[in-house]
Design a protein around this ligand. Structure first.
Ligand code: ATP
Ligand code: MG
Ligand code: MG
Ligand code: MG
Length: 570
């Protein structure tokens, strides 16, 4: 690709509506642009990465024996009524009507459509097991779309579905898919973990999630220090040192505390006293990313180190806050800054260490200017008011009895389920078995957040200058950066020759051939975009027969003899 014919679209400034690093860098590197809340356009550079992820996913699905199909995004309500999910799914399901007033939805997932297809196409046990997959746009009307394509409303998912006559056959395919997922994330070059998971609204019996470890992850993952046990904290059941499952008691009273502010109040406060140190920002109640972004920008600009931002999904250890937010009066937005009260600090402490000294702290706001106080976060005591508190903390004994638990943040990039007959039974998807008897099929389903993977990869691979792509998904493998190409024929010829030869070998090269670009700006773009290798070619080097090479992760550049370089590359 020639930069002169390309849309590089990089930006110097960090966009102030982007909170997490991947969102910032994907905007700055010219990969995506926001159209509306949770809706993004993929620019050429972003799309190149997305397509590379898709290619790896397709290759591994093909290898696992799944057949590619493509199902519609728009799905008729009748199918969802058959499975019962038209009623169950809630507001994440975007429902629409056509001109005849028929109900449809935009597919958040495709169990109903594939089950409908398979019940009419497959009728004998001899055709099973069978697996199908697609790479398709999904729509989920997320309550709070955020972090760019990480939690979008429209996004790309690979979803696969398998059909079986027996549970053993389902287990076998499930294991194959589990292996294929590991292969996919290994090939992409991510630091990930498969973890035990809750089956959520999709339903079924057994389930694993694949998490990319990153501080910005929205899920807490509990790992055993000694065994391979790993589980999403949504699910993990820990045992206390006494061998019993620890439960917490939260005995709350309301107390008047002046810590609770509106976003506008907090903004004013920060402006008036920039010396305030804000460590934790907790947003309670309804709040749009757009509303909170300016406040966060303000916090970060003021040299405050913002260690943690919590909003909406305050689960696990923070559920008293969730509880508190549910108790709020009306829809008023409440904003709670840790440094103004002990809230944030304490929450951090809980996450980190044992709960022994935490009884009696103040916890969140349940109504204007009121906090919950006297919270007794003891252990081995019955719950009193918060029933869904699954309080696994670091240091608990692992449920398999081996080692203790460590807790890390994860981004869910994949999720596989053994659905059993949840959909096939309600939708009557049967085959004839070897005795000619009708049997309800068993199903598995297997999802990967293809577009989320792109963001997760950036979250894990960046430095101060920009993205550092793992080679397998880099938008370009190599950049050629000429010095004064428009003035020097020798430089032009060398660059063109190298560019054309590499291209003909199928290597993705970006030739920075824009005549007016300054060298510094070109190098900054190449680093920001995260191209793994770059070569700088100029008159002075060529006179000595050398060019300058730098790998994206290297601290120093090196000189290479032109002949040696050509030997390596061509
Ligand atoms: P989450 O817990 O993050 O909301 P989920 O459990 O609802 O995800 P699944 O139904 O398991 O998602 O869908 C399969 C995969 O699709 C997820 O593992 C994730 O990688 C991806 N995914 C889900 N929701 C989104 C979204 N809003 N934006 C981008 N990717 C998503
Ligand atoms: Mg979800
Ligand atoms: Mg999930
Ligand atoms: Mg999931």
């Amino acid at each position: 690709m020639r930069a002169s014919r390309y849309l590089i679209a990089t930006q110097k400034e960090t966009p102030n509506d982007a909170v997490v690093i991947s969102h910032q860098l994907m905007l700055r590197a010219g990969m995506i642009r926001r159209l509306s809340s949770g809706l993004y356009t993929w620019l050429p550079t972003g799309l190149r990465v997305l397509r590379k992820v898709e290619r790896i996913v397709r290759e591994e699905m093909d290898r696992a024996g799944a057949l590619e199909v493509l199902m519609p995004v728009v799905q008729p309500a009748e199918l969802w009524e058959e499975s019962g999910r038209w009623q169950q799914y809630g507001p994440e399901l975007l429902r629409i009507q056509d001109r005849h007033n028929n109900d449809f939805c935009l597919g958040p997932t495709h169990e109903e459509v594939i089950t409908d297809l398979i019940r009419s196409e497959i009728n004998s046990y001899k055709q099973l097991p069978a697996s199908f997959y697609q790479v398709q746009t999904k729509f989920r009307d997320e309550i709070r779309p955020r972090f760019g394509v990480m939690r979008a409303r429209e996004f790309t998912m690979k979803d696969a579905y398998s059909f079986h006559v027996s549970e053993d056959s389902l287990q076998e395919t499930y294991d194959i898919m589990h292996g294929a997922y590991c292969q996919i994330f290994d090939r992409i070059g991510l630091d990930y973990r498969p973890v035990l998971a809750d089956t959520g609204s999709i339903g079924g019996s057994s389930s694993h999630e694949f998490h990319v470890l990153a501080q910005s992850g929205e899920d807490d993952i509990a790992f055993s220090t000694e065994s391979r046990y790993a589980a999403n904290v949504e699910l993990a059941e820990a045992v206390s040192p006494s061998g019993e499952r620890p439960v917490s008691s939260v005995e709350m009273q309301e107390a008047h505390t002046p810590g609770q502010k509106t976003i506008a109040d907090v903004s004013e406060f920060l402006k008036s006293d920039p010396a305030q140190s804000v460590k934790t920002l907790i947003v309670l109640g309804e709040c749009e990313e757009d509303e909170i972004a300016p406040l966060i920008a303000l916090v970060l600009r003021g040299d405050h180190e913002l260690n943690e931002l919590k909003a909406e999904k305050l689960t696990g250890i923070a559920s008293p806050l969730q509880f508190a937010s549910e108790q709020r009066i009306g829809n008023e937005l409440n904003c709670n800054i840790g440094s103004l009260g002990p809230v944030g600090m304490k929450i951090e402490t809980i996450v980190d260490r044992s709960a022994a000294h935490l009884a009696g702290f103040i916890c969140g706001a349940n109504r204007d200017d009121f906090h919950l106080t006297g919270v007794n976060w003891g252990r081995d005591v019955e719950f009193s008011r918060v029933e869904d508190l699954r309080n696994v903390v670091a240091g608990d004994i692992s449920p398999d009895g081996q080692g203790t638990l460590e807790i890390k943040r994860g981004i869910e990039v994949g999720h596989i389920f053994q659905l059993g007959d949840k959909y096939s039974r309600s939708m009557n998807a049967t085959v004839l078995d070897e005795n000619g008897k009708e049997r309800v099929m068993s199903m598995g389903c297997y999802g990967i957040g293809v577009s989320r993977i792109v963001a997760a990869a950036v979250e894990q691979n960046h430095d101060d200058s920009g993205i550092i792509w793992p080679a397998a998904i880099a938008p370009f493998q190599l950049a050629i950066v000429p010095i004064n190409m428009h003035k020097s024929d020798v430089v032009r010829e060398k660059c063109e020759h190298l560019y054309e030869s590499l291209r003909s070998k199928g290597i993705d090269v970006l030739l920075m051939d824009e005549t007016k670009a300054r060298l510094g700006a070109m190098l900054a773009d190449v680093e920001l975009i995260g191209i793994p290798h770059r070569i700088v070619i100029g008159d002075r080097g060529l006179d000595k027969g050398v060019v300058e090479y730098k790998g994206r992760g290297d601290s120093e550049s090196q000189e290479f003899a032109v002949s040696q370089l050509e030997e390596i590359l061509l």
